[in-house]
Design a protein around this ligand. Structure first.
Ligand SMILES: [Zn+2]
Length: 207
């Protein structure tokens, strides 16, 4: 599979491109900034872009979606709880729920609803190799739970749910906030304090 991690904007955001190596059908996750750079990468990698997916509604994950859609014709996909929070900053074509699955070429992508940082937050399990985690899980940390629409209990539960996924997955988070650009989920389970909190109380006490 073709994989590209793009660092965009001035908030250390990561945007991701995935495509099937054979058919070159692909999708972009979180086009937050700089549609020119995103479309340059799409052309360089010869990706036939069919989907634009938001991990959640925050502006730094959606801002460049409309121009990318205009230039590629890709459909915009988000969780149904994300749609009312976009407030016209980006359009959408398809609303999804937990477990929504699609294929690019022969490769499977599963969307997992992981609320807490934002109500409609999702993670994407890509080809049983990558876990695109948005602002739910960062390398060695997790997203904020004190924003409008955040819920610490739900974020704690979502992180517990992610812990049930296999260790070999490569965590692709929404921001470059950690000691590395990516780590495996096994490493996060071992090293990330937010994944190791044993209770909500302990989770909320973390710095
Ligand atoms: Zn966010």
């Amino acid at each position: 599979m073709i994989f590209e991690q793009l660092s965009l904007g001035n908030m250390k955001n990561f945007c991701y491109l995935f495509a099937d190596s054979q058919s070159h059908e692909g999708f972009v996750v979180d086009p937050g900034f700089d549609h020119v750079k995103i479309m340059e990468a799409v052309k360089r990698l010869k990706i036939n872009l069919t989907r634009i997916i938001f991990t959640h509604h925050h502006f730094d994950h959606i801002n460049a979606a409309n121009p990318v859609k205009a230039q590629s014709g890709a459909e915009i996909i988000c969780h149904r709880e994300t749609a009312p929070l976009l407030h016209g900053a980006a359009s959408y074509d398809r609303l999804i729920d937990d477990g929504y699955t699609f294929k690019v070429g022969g490769r499977k992508v599963v969307c997992i609803h992981t609320p807490g940082h934002a109500p409609g937050a999702i993670c994407l399990l890509v080809d049983d190799k990558w876990l695109v985690s948005g602002d739910t899980l960062f390398i060695n940390d997790c997203g904020r739970a004190d924003l409008d629409g955040s819920d610490p209990q739900k974020l704690f539960d979502s992180l517990q749910r992610l812990k049930t996924l296999p260790d070999h997955l490569i965590v692709c988070s929404g921001h470059n906030y950690g000691p590395a650009a990516t780590r495996t989920l096994g490493e996060e389970k071992r090293l990330n304090p937010t994944m190791n909190a044993r209770s909500l109380e302990e989770f909320c006490k973390l710095p």
